[in-house]
Design a binder for this molecule. Sequence first.
Ligand SMILES: O=C1C[C@@](O)(C(=O)O)C[C@@H](O)[C@@H]1O
Length: 258
Amino acid sequence: MERTKKVSIRGKSLGTTQPLICTPLVGSDTDQIMSEVAKIRPKEPDMVEWRVDFFKNLGNTTAVIETASKIREALGRIPLLFTIRSEKEGGQPISLTEKEKMQLYAKVCESGNIDLIDCELFHDDEELLWLRQVSKEYDVRLILSYHHFHLTPGYEEILNKLLKAESYGADMAKVAVMPTSTDDVLVLLKATQDAHKQMNIPIITISMGNLGAITRMIGWFFGSSVTFAVGENHSAPGQIPIDDLKTVLKIIQRSAGV
Ligand SMILES: O=C1C[C@@](O)(C(=O)O)C[C@@H](O)[C@@H]1O
């Protein structure tokens, strides 16, 4: 099991035999979010994702940046991922246009409060390349992602999404899809393994829901470098509590001799 594609963020390495555990923040205002942070911190996640599409003041850039700064301060050295998930890929309805969304990503990169951003691959070439350039300028890692909350596309399509993310210069490529059968779960894992062998950046893959929950525990074995778990609240179906996940990971890693 070779793991050579390392990306380091605040001393945490992705792309190793140790998957990073990321817990989401889904509060709708700053107080709720800060209370989530306070409850999550003692559970020691490797990374925290702020799902900004849940934030009701999303249209107010100053409020977003102030909240990001508070989260940053409370997290200490834990890397912070900033995500605006679109409604069509399983996020909350928001009032921002795609252009405004891109501008917000850029402003937040510039603020110095975040370590990574997650942007969906459906944006056009120009927007993706622009965001890549801006995030690089401010030393923010870029995850380019694809989600489907109703089905699992075929093997080729999953692989192509991951390769596409790499072709835009992403630091990481992510796919999260919904299985309707255990076959779908195997398709996701096979695509994970093959993408991991072919690609030069770390990948993150998830099969969601109850059927896919197993991938949150074993995906790393096939090449997925981050797994999402519940710290205080969940942000997608199938996430399991961080303490359970840590226990399971320890057992699997010990058994696998890694
Ligand atoms: O893309 C992902 C993965 C995810 O959808 C999951 O299934 O754990 C959870 C989201 O918050 C995150 O942005």
